[in-house]
Design a protein around this ligand. Structure first.
Ligand code: HCB
Length: 216
């Protein structure tokens, strides 16, 4: 049987060397070997895609390769998704979470992981998708009586929109805590705009539960 470290390396390599079949096979191995799906994503696939991003930044990879790497990651996540959902038992509602990638930003892999993890932890998630207009966050938060509103932003050009969402929520009298995440966000940024930062999908769940007094 292949050990966990080998499987994690295979997941990472599948994404960074643009080998879809290898990544999907490694995801199947991870499920069969009982590797935690969260670990498979965070320490395997996500490591691979971040390296692709760095290569893209250094102009060692083209945007088409970046797009393909993202597709590979999504295909491998599909294999892990049932295990991810099964890994958490609770089904009663922990809270109502409105989530989306802000206007102007089409990155949604991380946001989708956050959704999957929140759902697996019993949250009712209202996913506004990517490139979601600010007014949609406000309208949905009002409609469902959101307990939390989370935004994702991956680019320096869209991170300001997270502030726009927080300001619009407060202007509309919505007191639900705002969470920010994505590569362009940081703890410092969150504090500046009156939000709470979550660095990854696991901490998004932990922080959300703490905020709602449901324990980590
Ligand atoms: Co994209 N891209 N990209 N990209 N992309 C980044 C983000 C750059 C940093 C790459 C670079 O130059 N180094 C860069 C942004 C630079 C900047 O602003 N400083 C960039 C650029 C420039 C662009 C385009 C403009 C490229 C172009 O067309 N010339 C374009 C964007 C167009 C637009 O949005 N209007 C673009 C397109 C793409 C795709 C389509 C090829 C693809 C996205 C596919 C998709 O999402 N469906 C893509 C990808 C994959 C990336 C990188 C390589 C990886 C992003 C990713 O999926 N990471 C990224 C490089 C990087 O981030 N280092 C690069 C893995 C996930 C799991 O991590 O951080 O998103 P995450 O999410 C975590 C965490 O942050 C947290 O939990 C998640 C899970 O642990 N979290 C939250 C996320 N959201 C949260 C919300 C919460 O409330 C709480 C926690």
């Amino acid at each position: 049987m292949t050990d966990k470290q080998t499987i994690l390396s295979e997941l990472e390599n599948g994404v960074k060397s643009l080998q879809q079949e290898a990544a999907v096979e490694a995801a199947k191995k991870a499920v069969a070997a009982g590797v935690s799906p969260v670990e498979a994503i965070e320490h395997g696939l996500a490591k691979g895609i971040r390296e692709v991003g760095e290569k893209f930044e250094r102009k060692e990879m083209f945007v088409v390769e970046l797009i393909y790497a993202a597709t590979i990651m999504e295909e491998a996540i599909k294999v892990l998704e049932p295990a991810l959902k099964a890994s958490k038992e609770k089904r009663h509602s922990t809270g109502r979470f409105v989530l989306g990638t802000v206007a102007g930003d089409i990155h949604d892999i991380g946001k989708n992981l956050v959704r999957i993890m929140l759902e697996a932890s019993g949250f009712e998630v209202y996913d506004l998708g990517k490139d979601a207009p600010t007014e949609n966050f406000i309208a949905k938060a009002k409609e469902v009586g959101a307990s939390l509103v989370g935004t994702s932003s991956l680019m320096t050009t869209t991170v300001e929109v997270q502030k726009e969402v927080v300001d619009a929520l407060r202007a509309a009298g919505i007191k639900a805590p705002a969470m920010v995440g994505g590569a362009a966000a940081s703890d410092e940024w969150a504090k500046e705009i009156g939000a709470i930062y979550a660095s990854d999908a696991g901490s998004a769940v932990t922080v959300a539960k703490q905020l709602l007094g449901k324990g980590a």
